[in-house]
Design a protein around this ligand. Structure first.
Ligand code: KG4
Ligand code: ZN
Length: 334
């Protein structure tokens, strides 16, 4: 039996979680509202907010789990990739905490943690995925198709050659002046719109790689032309625009993912990362599962965007292997 405290601070969410083996006991997330007025994450402000949040967030995670810090067996932390100033807060806190308790440290890669979130056991009935598992990791910083042979044997099958899917969605929202982060706003507005109202070109990229910068440019130029005719074009067609750009990006994501799953003959598929909160992507992956008789995993909402529970599950599997980190390890940004 193991009790692990996990810390996540790679970007703009300060989070702490407690797991007993692969069971989640608590998962506390403090999101930073300060960035909204700037239309994106401001690294210096993020790191300051982490400093303010980290102690209360850990304290709440321990008390919600009903755990005394002295009962912990290890501290897992996100080592990277992420913003250096943000990572430093979580990494330093984890080191001090583990050192003061005399327990081991476990370093976790943020992207592996997103993928492994599907192995968190929330109830007795839950059946975690089996291997091989094909995972589409889609966040604000990454778009990757990953083939898992085991928990930590992850093979990169394809990835974006420019923007990440989440970045493209956020930029589309920015062009329409919808607010930040744009993903959830577009998702909500799209529900009222016609996804076939407008078409945007998707690029022809070889293999299982993606590219999103062209879609963004095509969206930008389309709007520029329309705005010449009708200065209120965005306001008049907001829902249709959201539904159409969302469909374009999600269909592109799913088309390649389906091809990859067929090529690698997997029967277990999953999505992970912030964009996996998207309602059409979730429905699309479940539909693929039905069509091909694959078991399709979509993460619980609290595990889509950044959270420490996923760091905890990755930490647990490393704990089983005795894979502990040295106190001198620095964070990495890429
Ligand atoms: O994984 P994440 O929280 O942070 C990174 O590691 O990047 O992902 C954040 C991204 C943002 O681009 C955000 O707009 C997107 O996830 N996102 C969504 C939705 N919720 C969050 N995109 C589309 N639909 C959503 N419902
Ligand atoms: Zn993330």
């Amino acid at each position: 039996m193991s009790l692990i405290l996990a810390i996540e601070s790679s970007c703009d969410d300060t989070s702490a979680a407690v797991l007993r083996d692969d069971r989640l006991l608590s998962n506390v997330i403090a999101s930073q509202k300060v960035h909204e007025q700037y239309g994106g994450v401001v690294p210096e402000l993020a790191s300051r907010a982490h400093q303010q949040n980290i102690v209360p967030v850990v304290d709440t995670a321990l008390s919600r789990a009903g755990i005394n810090a002295h009962d912990l067996d290890a501290v897992a932390f996100t080592r990277g990739p992420g913003l250096l100033g943000s990572l430093l807060v979580g990494v330093s806190f984890a080191k001090c905490f583990a050192l003061s308790l005399g327990i081991p440290l476990i370093e976790v890669n943020h992207l592996q943690a997103h993928v492994l979130s599907h192995f968190i056991r929330q109830d007795d009935e839950y059946e975690p995925p089996r291997f091989p598992l094909l995972c589409l990791l889609v966040s604000g910083g990454h778009t990757q198709i990953i083939l898992l042979h085991s928990h930590f044997e992850m093979e990169l099958i394809g990835q974006t050659i420019d923007d990440a899917a989440g970045e493209a969605i956020d930029k589309a929202a920015k062009i329409m002046d919808l607010g930040y982060p744009g993903g959830p706003i577009i998702d909500r507005l799209a529900k009222e719109g016609n996804p076939d109202a407008y078409q945007f070109a998707t690029p022809n990229i070889a293999g299982f790689d993606y590219s999103f910068s062209g879609i963004k440019t095509s969206f930008l130029y389309f709007l520029r032309d329309q705005l010449k005719e009708d200065p209120d074009f965005i306001e008049h067609h907001k829902a249709d625009l959201c539904a159409s750009i969302q469909k374009c990006i999600v269909s592109f994501l799913l088309k390649k993912f389906e091809k990859a799953a067929l090529k690698y003959r997997v029967r277990q598929v999953a999505i992970a990362g912030g964009v996996s909160a998207n309602s059409t992507l979730r429905a699309g992956v479940l539909a693929l599962g039905e069509k091909h008789h694959w078991k399709a995993y979509v993460p619980t909402m609290q595990f889509c965007t950044d959270n420490a529970a996923m760091v905890g599950i990755a930490g647990y599997y490393k704990y089983l292997k005795g894979d502990f980190a040295d106190i001198s390890l620095p964070p990495y940004t890429r």
